[in-house]
Design a protein around this ligand. Structure first.
Ligand code: UFG
Length: 326
């Protein structure tokens, strides 16, 4: 049994990964300051340390005396758009918090570190599926903050031997298969939850951000990957990558346009989901699709869910919990 510290374990991808870790028999401790995470998403009996990672003293006070085989680091500010308005907060909070954590890990015998990283590292991507070897050009201070953490990890490995896996997700979406936990951000900015809020009658319509991109229908194309598939990749990263460090792209390898997501959601929910065409959102690249061959090979990982399943599970969550965790 592996003892795993999950920072941000009360957040979206973190809480799903906690379920997968527990299901596989691992011993889990969650660290979360609950600034955006939800205490309601923490399973009964799983310890929750309320610690702000930006405070190095609080990190030591919360963690000293504990032993972890692996650390999964999800806790971060994660809105691309907000990071364009608050670049220094994003860079300081995400990088500063991660440094405190990495320093603690390298002083306390942690063997493996898994970082929740992002496709936003490849800000100016073209039409082709994006491989790990493609040029890094962060599209926002958020993406830059994740890249800085990746760099810090490479130094932690060189100096202290800390093994790491940076998992660069494309568009995380969906919910636990039974709809018991799912995505809840306040405010919500992500496409699929917004589309489903329209289906529920909580919003009037979806605004499609731009229809003049160089794509098949003019709207942005993204690679939506089920949050349970991401969780499975995190597990594989601690179970399979004992003796090497990696940075891996995680996606389905299939791109869907905003209009295609809307069409799928109409089919899954049976609701009309009206939309209007709006302005482009600054910072949105036209197409982001992953080449995940490396992850498939090194993690022996295959995503299980397609867009229909992603939206079905998200719909189960949203329709059973119209106010999310509130
Ligand atoms: N979109 C709309 N209308 C909306 C919301 C979104 O048209 O109301 C469009 C966006 O313009 C984009 C697509 O839907 O083309 C997906 O947008 P999301 O906000 O759901 O996701 P992003 O692609 O902007 O960002 C996601 C994660 C980031 C991560 C990034 C990697 O939220 O954390 O993928 O590219 F960095």
């Amino acid at each position: 049994m592996t003892r795993v510290l999950v920072t941000g374990g009360a957040g979206y991808v973190g809480s799903h990964t906690v379920r997968h870790l527990l299901g596989a028999g691992h011993d889990v401790v969650i660290l979360d300051d609950l600034s955006t995470g939800h205490a309601e998403s923490v399973p009964h009996g799983t310890p929750l340390l309320r610690v702000d990672l930006r405070d190095a003293q609080a990190v030591r006070a919360g963690l000293d005396g504990q032993r972890f085989d692996a650390v999964m680091h999800f806790a971060a500010r994660s809105l691309v758009g907000e990071s364009m308005q608050k670049p220094y907060e994003y860079l300081r909070d995400n990088f500063g918090g991660a440094l405190n954590l990495i320093e603690w890990c390298s002083q306390h015998g942690v063997q493996r570190f898994v970082l929740s990283s992002t496709a936003n590292l490849f800000g100016n991507a073209g039409q082709e599926p994006i491989a790990e070897t493609d040029e890094i050009a962060p599209g926002s201070p958020y993406g830059e903050s994740k890249f800085l953490i990746e760099r810090a990890l490479s130094w932690a490995e060189r100096v202290h031997g800390l093994r790491y896996a940076c998992l660069r997700y494309f568009n995380a979406a969906g919910a636990l298969e039974d709809g018991s936990i799912g995505e809840h951000h306040d405010p919500e900015t992500h496409l699929i939850p917004i589309v489903l809020q329209v289906a529920l009658g909580q919003r009037e319509r979806v605004s499609v951000f731009g229809d003049d991109y160089p794509t098949r229908d003019g709207t942005c194309i993204r690679d939506y990957i089920h949050v349970s598939d991401l969780a499975a990749a995190h597990l594989a990263a601690i179970e399979r990558l004992e003796d090497r460090s990696v940075a891996l792209n995680l996606g389905n390898g299939a791109g869907f346009s905003v209009l295609e997501v809307l069409e799928t959601a109409r089919k899954v929910t049976g609701h009309p989901i009206p939309h209007v065409l709006g302005e482009r959102r600054p910072g949105d690249p036209a197409t982001l699709v992953a080449c995940s061959d490396q992850a498939r090979k090194l993690l022996d990982w295959t995503p299980k869910y397609d867009l229909d399943a992603i939206i079905s599970h998200a719909w189960a969550w949203h329709s059973k919990h119209p106010s999310g965790f509130r």
